[in-house]
Design a protein. Sequence first.
Length: 140
Amino acid sequence: KAGKELDKAEGEVKKALVQTFCDEPELSSLLQKITGCESSHHLTFQKATIAVDNIFTSLRDVTKARMHMKQFNSVYVPGSNTCQATYKPLLKQVVEEIFNSDRPDPVDIEHLSAGLTDLLKTGFSMFMKVSRPHPSDHPL
């Protein structure tokens, strides 16, 4: 039952987004990128529907990726009798973890080796007790 209600609510949100996209007199640069149309005159109902479907596909992909994470698996922090529920975006969580001054080993963030030297170091580190580099060690 909950799945049907969720599907129905998702369908209503999709319809509302498609209608909103189509009702825009001028497309912002973001909407142009999302819809692939340079102006509202070129935006059809079908193109808006495809764009909204693509957005929801991307959201589902992010959800699937987050399900495997230990630390960043939710953007919702439930409230209690004394505290209000809060929303903490994924990007904010990741940036806070990278620049955390306590510098614990991040559970879901990993330094990826880029060059030959890094790959050799990574290979030798399997035989020695070497700590993994922290993401904030990487120069910007």
